[in-house]
Design a protein around this ligand. Structure first.
Ligand code: M6R
Length: 602
């Protein structure tokens, strides 16, 4: 989704901004732009499409010496992805970049229009820069005008603004969308996530909601409301190395192959011989907790849903999964003995963050399961368990899902321990299985080859059903989501037992059904559901360790010892299947159309 970079310094200003945008590219965008101020002159550039187009546009421009720059990648919300709608947006003498949504932009626009202000774009962002200039005309004080602007706008934002009348300075504000400030050897940097800062700054200031102020190379004025604040720095991760493709065709492919390695990290010092330790959780964290409510979006929601089966079966605690965007606005009934668990790869998903804030306001204890330390969700929650998957760049989430599911499984075992829900033998069987998952997640080259060959038979149907039961139903949902995200083909995940209650009407030879048929759970029931579909001539790919002669194709699995090991082995297979189908269709697997890696708008 939209990305922000800012820089105040003397060397390589243009390159620094472009390099920063490059680091944000994986998050998804449809246009990009930058504005650079030297003394009191601002040059601005915008381009639709890939960053290469902005690089070409800015080729003749080379700022010399000290400059102040702001830059942006835009993922369209208000108005089409055109050059006019790309950021920076400009007034008469100032330029702005913005992430988020200004909810009251229409009344502000109306008011400014009455004052004679002309608007170029269809965006909500453009009102901010004109509002600032309007306050400035009245106040004759840029700092006061910026403060009034921030007071007047509603919604979510991370903002950088530069003004030809206020040399060497970047104004900034943050509410609901992330914004960091880092100091490096070459100057002062701003970014909407860690990625552009890693390797050039050791520490960053993670601005809190409601923060605003202005910065020069030497000074930083920071406020929350009218109160001056002292900036708190936190260390940044030190290396970017995990974010290279390393010979794989796509980041998604690399990240599928990485799952086994990162799972060792996820497990490290958490799984003991006959139990689970979660040292990140404060002593007594589960005291008084009687039920769990899990809340997330997309793939993270599928991990949450899978976890409800684990919590109820292993920990014997009531658990319920919710889609964050639905939960937030339906005035839900909450009990104060519920633990509210949010799951997010990025830690910045607006729907999940808002649900978390709401749960906190209602007095619930909260826990984040997240891949990004220092993210908004981690900072907001009472406690956090990091999934340790490393940077995930493919828009289609893979290793994040695997590690989220593992952390949730470990949490289920941890709670089972506390509640005495499993005996020693059962607990040992679980922890042994958790350790063995590292091996199960390794991609077998032969199987990958088979999936590559198989993929060509699954290109031209009228749709896909992924079906499974129990734990394998959320996995079916995830398989369908992976496929539709990157292949753009219609796919649905369905509980296998529900097919006969309606969807079976679609069954014919052009309907592709991917059946997840584990050995360890509901084997016979699942078999009957699949046979009902075969009887209606659906084209069926069975993913199973069973002998199953009736399918059109079989992806033969090895695991038969534990449902979660079967889950992980099948998960790799469906990820590879989606990948190979999308590659055959010639799609940009890592940056699929219309999608953003981190969805920071509601
Ligand atoms: O960063 P989050 O885990 O909060 O993101 C939630 C969803 O936006 C995300 O899982 C999305 O569904 C992925 N593109 C799935 O591959």
């Amino acid at each position: 989704m939209c990305g922000i970079v800012g820089f105040i310094g003397s060397t390589n200003v243009k390159k620094t901004l472009l390099d920063g945008l490059k680091e944000l590219e994986y998050r998804g965008y449809d246009s990009a732009g930058m504005a650079v101020m030297q003394s009191s002159k601002i040059d601005s550039f915008k381009a639709v499409g890939k960053l290469a187009n902005l690089v070409a546009k800015t080729a003749p421009f080379e700022p010399k010496g000290f400059a102040v720059g702001i830059a942006h990648t835009r993922w369209a919300t208000h108005g089409k992805p055109t050059e006019i709608n790309a950021h920076p947006h400009q007034g008469r003498h100032s330029y702005i970049v913005h992430n988020g949504i200004i909810e009251n932009y229409l009344p502000i626009k109306e008011e400014l229009t009455k004052q004679g202000v002309g608007f170029l774009s269809q965006t909500d962002t453009e009102v901010i820069v004109h509002l600032y200039e309007s306050f400035l005309t009245r106040e004759q004080d840029a700092y006061r005008a910026f403060e009034q602007t921030i007071e007047a706008i509603e919604g979510a934002y991370a903002i950088l603004l530069i003004d030809e009348g206020v040399q060497n300075t970047i104004f900034f504000a943050k509410k609901g969308s992330p914004l960091q400030i880092g100091d490096g050897d070459r100057g002062r940097f701003f970014a909407s996530s860690d990625a552009p800062l890693i390797g050039i700054c050791d520490n960053a200031i993670y601005l809190e909601d409601g923060s605003w102020g202005w910065a020069t190379a030497e000074t930083l004025s920071l406020f929350v409301g009218k109160t001056p604040m002292t900036a708190q720095k936190k260390p940044l991760p030190i290396s970017q190395s995990s974010a290279q493709k390393e010979g794989f065709r796509f980041f998604m492919e690399k990240e599928i192959y990485e799952q086994s390695k990162v799972m060792s990290e996820t497990l490290m010092s958490r799984v003991m011989a006959s139990g689970v330790r979660l040292d990140e959780l404060p002593e007594g964290f589960f005291d008084g907790v009687e039920s769990l409510r899990l809340c997330a979006c997309g793939t993270s929601y599928h991990a949450a849903l899978a976890a409800t089966y684990l919590f109820e079966r292993l920990s014997r605690i009531e658990a319920r999964a919710e889609i964050a965007s639905e939960f937030h606005y339906r005035d839900p009934m909450l009990r104060n003995n519920e633990l509210f668990i949010v799951i997010s790869q990025s830690g910045e998903t607006a729907d999940t963050l808002e649900a978390l804030k709401m749960a906190k306001r209602s007095g619930l204890k909260t826990l984040a399961i997240c891949n990004v330390d220092n993210s908004s969700i981690v900072r907001e929650a009472d406690a956090a368990l990091l999934t340790r998957a490393g940077i995930e760049k493919g828009v289609a989430s893979t290793k994040a899902f695997a590690t989220q599911t593992m952390v949730l499984w470990l949490l289920a075992l941890f709670i089972a321990q506390k509640r005495g829900a499993l005996d020693e033998e059962q607990m040992t069987a679980e922890t042994n299985a958790a350790r063995r998952s590292v091996k199960t997640l390794m991609v077998q080259p032969d199987r990958h080859e088979q999936i590559k060959r198989l993929s060509k038979r699954y290109l031209h149907g009228h749709g896909f059903f992924f079906i499974g039961r129990d734990l394998f139903y959320p996995l079916a949902l995830e398989g369908a989501l992976k496929l539709k995200e990157i292949s753009y083909m219609h796919a649905e995940g369905y509980p296998a037992g529900e097919m006969k209650h309606g969807p079976i009407a679609l069954a014919d030879s052009k309907l592709f059904t991917i059946a997840l048929m584990p050995h360890t759970l509901l084997r016979e029931k699942m078999r009957s559901n699949v046979e009902e579909l075969i009887a209606r001539d659906t084209t069926l790919l069975a993913i199973t360790s069973e002998h199953f002669a009736f399918a059109d194709d079989v992806l033969q699995m090895d695991e038969r010892s534990h449902p979660m090991l079967e889950f992980f082995e099948m998960m790799v297979a469906i990820q590879l299947l989606a990948l190979e189908i999308a590659i055959r269709l010639g799609n940009d697997v890592d940056m699929p159309r219309n999608l953003a890696k981190s969805v920071t708008v509601e």
